[in-house]
Design a protein around this ligand. Structure first.
Ligand code: GRF
Length: 205
């Protein structure tokens, strides 16, 4: 059976989901999974400091220091293989992934998105949902494929948009849901409880 327990988290920004996952691991809520590496395309991002504090090794590379996206990802894949990484968890990683990374990790890359996909894919999903005026939004964890937030859905959690919500108040509630949902799904993955048949993902309890 495939071993998904050695995890790399990819992040570009704040890293609050990284922190929630690291905390889940410390508290024994990651299904036996261990975060072995942080990969960031922005060495100056807060998430790099959080990794240091959590004692997680970091691979911090600027894509513009490479001749192509493919070469950048080739370097990442080398590191993932060296560390025996079985699962890639994107948490605010702001780049599309190319086949260089996708093919060796097909079915083993997941992402979290702050809307109920397929509504409001892409950037600023929370702003998009508010501007559209939906009454219900939420969080989606999905497999990553070559598209923008298009892979099969693994888990979703909904929440109500209140009349007086601003981007900030809604984002805060969405983030709280993310910090619960992502560790749960990563734990299920690490424990080998996530299956995929066509577009239909299943999480065994
Ligand atoms: C989260 O809202 C996540 O859904 C989106 O990017 C944001 C990352 O936030 N993909 P953080 O860096 O984990 O604080």
């Amino acid at each position: 059976m495939m071993d998904y327990s050695r995890i790399a988290v990819f992040a570009s920004g704040q890293g609050s989901n990284f922190a929630a996952l690291a905390q889940a691991q410390r508290e024994g809520r990651l299904g036996g999974g261990t975060i072995e590496l942080l990969v960031s395309d922005r060495p100056e991002a807060l998430v790099a400091r959080r990794a240091q504090e959590a004692g997680v090794p970091a691979l911090l590379l600027r894509p513009k220091d490479f001749d192509s996206r493919e070469q950048y990802e080739t370097r990442i894949v080398e590191e993932l293989h060296q560390r025996g990484i079985g699962l890639i968890v994107l948490a605010g990683y702001m780049r599309l992934i190319t086949p260089v990374l996708l093919s060796p990790y097909e079915g083993r890359i997941i992402n979290i998105h702050p809307s109920l996909l397929p509504a409001f894919a892409g950037k600023d999903a929370i702003g998009q949902a508010l501007a559209y005026g939906v009454k219900l939004t939420g969080v989606t964890v999905h497999f990553v494929d070559g598209g923008m937030d298009t892979g099969p859905v693994i888990a979703q959690r909904a929440l109500t948009v209140e009349d007086d919500d601003t981007a900030d108040t809604l984002a805060e509630r969405i983030h709280r849901v993310e910090y619960e949902l992502y560790p749960e799904v990563v734990a299920a993955f690490a424990a080998g409880r996530v299956g995929l048949n066509g577009r239909k993902a299943t999480v065994r309890q």
